[in-house]
Design a binder for this molecule. Structure first.
Ligand SMILES: C[S@@+](CC[C@H](N)C(=O)[O-])C[C@H]1O[C@@H](n2cnc3c(N)ncnc32)[C@H](O)[C@@H]1O
Length: 228
């Protein structure tokens, strides 16, 4: 097995509050979050639970991070501490998310570890993605709920986050669709630089994306076989 990264070590030696994570998430986190460490970034985590992951993020990102935690459970306000603000609200409530973004955005990193139902994940992404900084990321986790009935999931069900993400792949490629196509360039096309799909996690990279083009470089002569 690969060497444990710092987050994994923190998790297993957890000196603080409860953290609830799938084991394979730590490598994914470290791969995508490491560039933000020790920088003055704003990180939003939806889903606080006992506050253990907020403590972990504070340690991981360092002294210059500002963390914002959101939870529907009012008791979570007790978990605010230095560098950590706690906001109570429902991640499927659009006006709440708009106020959240106005008060605390823009965000460098958003981690959705909230209620994991389809409506919650999609609404949060739609409202908060415009408030992610260029160069930032939006990470949605526990996407296996797209296959779990109790969360509104269903294989190929049109309302799941996984199916929504598949449509975003089309949207990302809208530059290449013919004019006659229903697929048109939109804000998603112009802002999703990459989508990294893992088991149960998708990480979206944000950037100003312009129409892709190809170029050719090198010498024009075809390498002839008798030149060998
Ligand atoms: C999986 S736990 C979060 C775990 C935490 N991030 C950790 O790693 O330890 C999910 C949390 O989402 C919160 N939650 C559920 N529905 C929500 C909603 N609609 N809006 C905001 N938070 C919600 C729950 O109260 C719970 O604390």
């Amino acid at each position: 097995m690969a060497e444990k990264n710092e987050l994994t070590r923190y998790f297993f030696d957890n000196p603080g509050r409860l953290i609830n994570k799938w084991r394979h998430y730590f490598d994914i986190y470290d791969r995508h979050l490491a560039p933000f460490r020790r920088r003055p970034v704003t990180v939003l985590e939806i889903g606080i639970y006992h506050g253990g992951s907020l403590q972990m993020w504070k340690k991981y990102f360092g002294k210059r991070v500002s963390l914002v935690g959101v939870d529907i459970d009012e008791r979570s306000t007790r978990l605010a501490e230095s560098q950590v603000k706690v906001v109570v609200g429902d991640q499927s409530d659009r006006p709440f998310l708009q106020r959240l973004a106005a008060d605390y955005g823009p965000f460098d990193v958003v981690i959705d570890d909230g209620g994991h139902s389809m409506d919650q994940q999609i609404t949060s992404f739609e409202e908060l993605w415009p408030h992610v900084r260029n160069g930032g990321i939006y990470l949605v986790e526990d996407l296996h709920t797209s296959y779990w009935k109790e969360y509104g999931g269903e294989y190929l069900g049109s309302n799941t986050f996984i199916e929504y993400a598949k449509r975003l792949i089309d949207q990302q490629h809208a530059w290449h669709a013919p004019d006659s196509s229903a697929l048109k360039v939109d804000d998603m096309t112009k802002s999703i630089r990459g989508m990294h799909v893992y088991d149960s996690i998708i990480v979206f990279d944000k950037a100003d994306v312009t129409k892709p083009y190809s170029e050719m470089t090198g010498t024009p002569e075809f390498p002839l076989s008798d030149e060998r």
